[in-house]
Design a protein around this ligand. Sequence first.
Ligand code: LER
Ligand code: MN
Length: 262
Amino acid sequence: MKLAIQENLIPGKSFLEKMHRAEEYGFQAIEVWGTNLTNRVDEITKSISKSRIKISTICAGYRGSLLSAEKRERDIAVKDIKDLLSIGSDLGVVGLIVVPIFGPPQLPDLSPWKKTEDIEKALLVKLLREIGEKAEKVDCLCLLEPLNRYETHLVKTVGQAIEIVKKVNSAGIRVMPDFFHMSIEEAKIDEAIKKGKDFIHHIHLADSNRLLPGYGHTDFKARFTPLKKIGYDKYMALECKVPGLAEKELPECVNYLKKCIE
Ligand code: LER
Ligand code: MN
């Protein structure tokens, strides 16, 4: 298992400085945000060539909404996601993190013919087939992230994300659990991870309260046991609040996580 960290958590003025710091703290990669990435590709590419660590993933950053009632919004989301997959491919990342929908539904309830969620899932599968084709072509995964019930109404568990991935049936679409959301939504986290063996290609790390691992009540040693059992050898990126001084907290957190992984 390899440790990564979201770019905004690392101190430093330039991206290169952040890469050097991340490496110094013991991380193997940085997760970048997709917002405005087109304008930052040059700086990031130059920094990659001067650093020993990598870019693990791109987190969201597309405009529009895949499950909007407005076609224009859906088209923007699909286009931006495809563009970010191309950028991801150039940067050599594992994939782009995509949340199917934030908040409540934006599509109508057409019951008794079809309920909103049935329409949303059918539409999502259709759009993901198109996105999956692009992802396969550029060799950059589209990683579906389940969120907790306070942030989405639709894909909340790893099992639900896997169901969608199976329906899409594209090697370009995979799953990305976030330990914070899992601690709220999963009935049995070990089971969810076991089920995710062929689907999980990235993970977000945070404690139960969205703070740095070690500051909440998640038992990270126990969480990593099923991951080891399924042979998970990919990145886990910190996405959390850092209480205190990053320079002190982040290297300590790397040591703590490494001990939990041992
Ligand atoms: C939001 O809570 C989250 O976990 C992010 O990774 C969504 O992009
Ligand atoms: Mn997340």
